[in-house]
Design a protein. Sequence first.
Length: 376
Amino acid sequence: MTGGAAEGATSETGSMRRSVEVEYWVIDESGRLTDPGGLVDASPGAEREFVEPLLEVKTTPCESTAELREELFGQLGRVLERADELGKGLVPLATPLRDGDIADLGSERARIQDRVVGDRFEYVRHCAGTHVHVEQLPGREIDQLNALTALDPSLALVNSSPYFGHEPLGAGARSLLYRWMAYDRLPRQGELWPYADDTEEWARRLERRYESFVTEAVVAGCDREAVEARFTPESAAWTPVKLRAEFGTVEWRSADAALPSQVVRLADDLVGVVERLDGAELRIGGEPHVGDEAVVLPPFETVRERVEDAVRDGLESDAVRSYLERMGIDPEPYEPLSAELRERGPLTEASARRTRLDYAERLARDVRRRRPVRSD
């Protein structure tokens, strides 16, 4: 299993391994976006992303929340030490607060996506997110996938930017851009998929989406062999919840980039629900409920409605809060950064730079504190 970790879980929630991948915008001392440069070599797990000003930090699979927190905060601490030397900072916001284009690294994979998606691929370049990987339970993989699908409105817990460019769009601008705008020509590539009956159905879905993507790429002028060499059925689908055969995980890709303490807490909460499946029956179609003997998921249409509420209104939606509580997650400890930023209204370039600097300092303080979570 690969990926990243989250803060907020305790070592008492069980031994199901979890990891996280978190993307952060890199800025210079004036708050302008810049290349990560030497930050990539500062710590194991620090890597370039496909756009120039993004740095990704990945943890290894961890047995507990304490282990996950220790690894993630240790990685970020080393990166921030190097950032201090280089006059750089990490911004824990889902979008860069920048008008205009964001440059990518010019990989062939990105070039193909650019041809297929068209001008709307620029929306993807403005997105920084968090991926949570949960170890697959043999024989319960589809139940895990379906449970994490039902937990998709949890994205509201860490909405971190309302902005596309300098203008506010909604509580979760990244989710809005990624799901509803970027893949308009290939809507099933980026949207949340309905519950699956079994792994065979999941595989068929991936194959259909892959065939559609390859066809669109060829129509757009790409060489078929080049496309097939760089994309697999698993990697060509950008749906928010995925079975990852390569890593032996279920990957939940819905969350924004956020403060590391928020990321760890969220991962803990997600794993805490999924771990119930180790001894509980999963049922679909009733009132949401998470218990020791049964986990009940609502109809998919209900999930879709709560996701829309989570993207547009975040935790200001009473329907989202109530839903998350019934799904076994307490929203009270969360303070999404997006809620703070929505009060600022439209930004100027100067205020955008100041905002990036402010939140880079917030991340640095968060790492220095290594704030404890719950009883662990």
